[in-house]
Design a protein around this ligand. Structure first.
Ligand code: DGT
Ligand code: CA
Ligand code: CA
Ligand code: ZN
Length: 611
């Protein structure tokens, strides 16, 4: 049994456990094991035989005793007890049904037992025939919604979220890099441009091993990577394949001399490249994936770096995020491209959760993680009571939680004043490591007491005004009634914006990338209203949301809205999600000055004040 089959069986078990509404940690452990197996360069079947060293499997990160036993079972018998047990009740294809809106494990299991439905095609047929109407709690409304959900799913299922794409790009790069003489691997295409979803991965590879006379061996290395599911094509300097999840990967191996030209060409977008080629022709030049040449005598004008190519076309360098042919070429010609925001510009994060509602970490843990990432302040914004499944807070708990948040903030400030605590520790560690641009911390880290308060169906808020008035940061968000008609939803949001205690509108359109369309709100009404009342609109950097989207962010700026970027972290490591948000802000042409949480905390609080 080869590694990819082994990985597939482990992943399938994770899928079956998910349908069985199993323990999320257990599900994740199977998924992680599948990925770890795929990442191995030796065939695990040889390590899992009876006479092999039992420690060999355990040496693989992500594989513990139980998982090692599973792998031995799979190698010896082609299956394992848990998988067999689950297959008695479910089919792995049912997992896909869980991706549809309104489908939980119970519903999926019921559809299987009642109508033997185990995949999307069968479900669609049954819905169209009206078979679902015979089942409990599945009326015409449910059926209609489901059919719409299936349509959306089909439209999106060939694309992948940016975080998923990035993770796969990193895993593949790690394996490609094992070949001697490969130095640089750069994701190009839509991933480099930072689009919220990608159709396929384009990886560009260079180094001495990619020079024309020796590239064949490197191509062989790439074509035999263990995580390849199907090899689609193998050319002189290109390998295309798919992964287990059907994500296609195009790898191109290129000589150093033309790397810049290749990077420019394969980063796209197609429309940007078309416009750039026209500009080249007007100058008597021709631009290809190999070089920028003079038309009359084929002399190379530029090829090694993108910078040279843009400059040779009388343009400032255009960052990849802007290459969508939305005016960037004109701006680069006129030297009016904005200085785009970078992660280091963000001083504070104003939307995150703790164990008080549905987060994984404490107030102090979130604060320490933020300090470790160089932030100067955060707001803790747990959920309010309407979101019952998150253990949301009522007025009393909200105020008690706010007191605790301020206590932790004061505790950090006392440690700071006494010359100890996480801020000083980080400073000293950076000094020890000789890191660049180290500044002595000037003011204590601040934790703002906040809330993510639900906007109820009628636009009123889930907590009393007197409660909200006592908080530093009020994020107001919609978490229910997503399907309200446009007029109702717009009126609901407008009412929330008018509440003088609201500072920030959280994930303003409610969309989920590749999964859920925005609510039917009229942004042409809502954004000007937010601007007029001085309510900031959020860019939620969670890669599942990225809400407002890049285009909507640009619109918000045009309407004069205040803007903030937040992670909505539910665990310390999710504070790094800010990277995904920064990319979308850059795609929206935004600079540090366009965001409020690039300012020091005192200025931020003043700028959030309502007129
Ligand atoms: P995706 O994969 O749908 O998310 O979008 P992209 O932009 O990554 O598109 P993809 O993978 O088809 O191609 C990557 C880049 O390579 C694309 O942005 C421009 C360049 N490219 C690829 N094929 C062609 C082509 O046939 N003509 C031109 N002009 N450019 C191409
Ligand atoms: Ca692509
Ligand atoms: Ca491609
Ligand atoms: Zn929320």
């Amino acid at each position: 049994m080869d590694n990819i089959t082994l990985a597939r069986l482990l992943d399938e078990t994770a899928a079956l456990l998910e349908i069985d509404a199993g323990d999320p940690f257990r599900i994740r452990s199977y998924r992680r094991a599948a990925e770890a197996v795929e990442q191995q360069t030796t065939q695990l079947a040889t390590l899992a035989t009876v006479d092999a060293d039992p420690k060999a499997l355990l040496a693989i990160p992500g594989i513990g005793k139980g998982m090692a036993a599973n792998i031995r079972d799979l190698v010896a018998t082609g299956t394992m007890p848990l998988r067999e047990e689950l297959l008695q009740r479910y089919k792995p294809t049912m997992l896909e049904l869980l991706r549809l809106p309104g489908m939980g494990p119970k519903t999926v299991a019921m559809l299987y037992s009642a109508l033997s439905i185990s995949d999307i095609d069968a479900l669609e047929e049954a819905a169209k025939r009206g078979d679902l109407l015979t089942l409990p709690r599945m009326g015409q409304k449910f059926t209609d919604k489901l059919l719409k959900g299936i349509e959306d799913y089909r439209k999106n299922s060939s694309r992948f979220r940016i975080d998923v794409a990035r993770e796969h790009a990193e895993r593949i790069s790690e394996l490609i890099r094992l070949f001697p003489g490969i130095e640089t691997i750069t994701p190009a295409g839509s991933l480099r441009r930072g689009r919220e979803s990608v159709g396929d991965l384009d990886l560009l590879v260079t180094g001495p091993a990619c020079e024309p006379d020796v590239v064949a061996a490197a191509v062989e290395h790439v074509a035999s990577l263990p995580l390849i599911d199907k090899l689609l094509a193998k050319g002189q300097n290109k390998v295309s394949f798919t992964l287990r999840n059907n994500l296609q990967v195009d790898v191109r191996l290129l000589p150093r001399a033309s790397y810049g030209a290749a990077l420019q060409y394969f980063t796209g977008s197609k429309m940007h490249n078309v416009a750039l080629r026209q500009r080249a022709i007007k100058r008597g030049l021709t631009l290809s994936e190999y070089a920028l040449l003079r038309l009359e005598d084929n002399v190379v004008v530029a090829s090694a770096t993108e910078q040279e190519i843009y400059n040779a076309l009388d343009l400032d360098y255009i960052p990849p995020e802007l290459r969508e042919n939305r005016g960037e070429i004109e701006a680069a010609a006129n030297h009016t491209l904005p200085t785009l925001i970078v992660r280091g510009d963000v001083r504070g994060d104003l939307h995150m959760h703790t164990t008080e509602s549905d987060g994984n970490n404490s107030i102090r843990e979130m604060a320490e993680a933020a300090i470790a990432r160089g932030l100067e302040y955060i707001a803790i914004t747990d959920h309010s009571k309407n979101l019952a499944m998150t253990h949301g807070m009522d007025d009393e708990r909200t105020l008690a939680h706010a007191r605790r948040i301020r206590e932790v903030s004061d505790e950090l400030a006392r440690e700071f004043a006494a010359g100890r605590g996480p801020q000083w520790e980080r400073y000293e560690e950076r000094l020890r490591n000789n890191e660049p641009d180290i500044q002595k911390p000037a003011i204590p880290f601040r934790i703002l007491a906040g809330i993510e308060v639900d906007i109820l169906l009628d636009g009123s808020l889930d907590l009393a005004d007197e409660t909200l008035a006592q908080l530093d940061i009020v994020v107001a968000s919609v978490h229910s009634g997503f399907n309200q008609p446009g007029e109702e939803m717009t009126a609901r949001m407008l009412r929330a914006v008018e509440n003088p205690h609201v500072h920030i509108l959280g994930h303003p359109t409610g969309r989920k990338v590749l999964q859920r369309e925005p609510y039917k709100i009229d942004l042409a009404q809502m954004l000007p209203a937010a601007a007029r009342f001085g309510v900031a609109v959020e860019h939620n950097a969670s890669p599942a949301r990225l809400d407002l989207s890049d285009l909507h962010l640009r619109l918000a700026k045009e309407h004069g809205c205040k803007l903030v970027v937040n992670t909505d972290a539910h665990a310390t490591n999710e504070l790094d999600q800010i990277d995904y948000g920064i990319v979308q802000l850059r795609r929206a042409w935004l600079s540090a000055a366009d965001l409020l949480n690039t300012r020091p905390v005192d200025e931020l609080l003043i700028s959030l004040r309502r007129a």
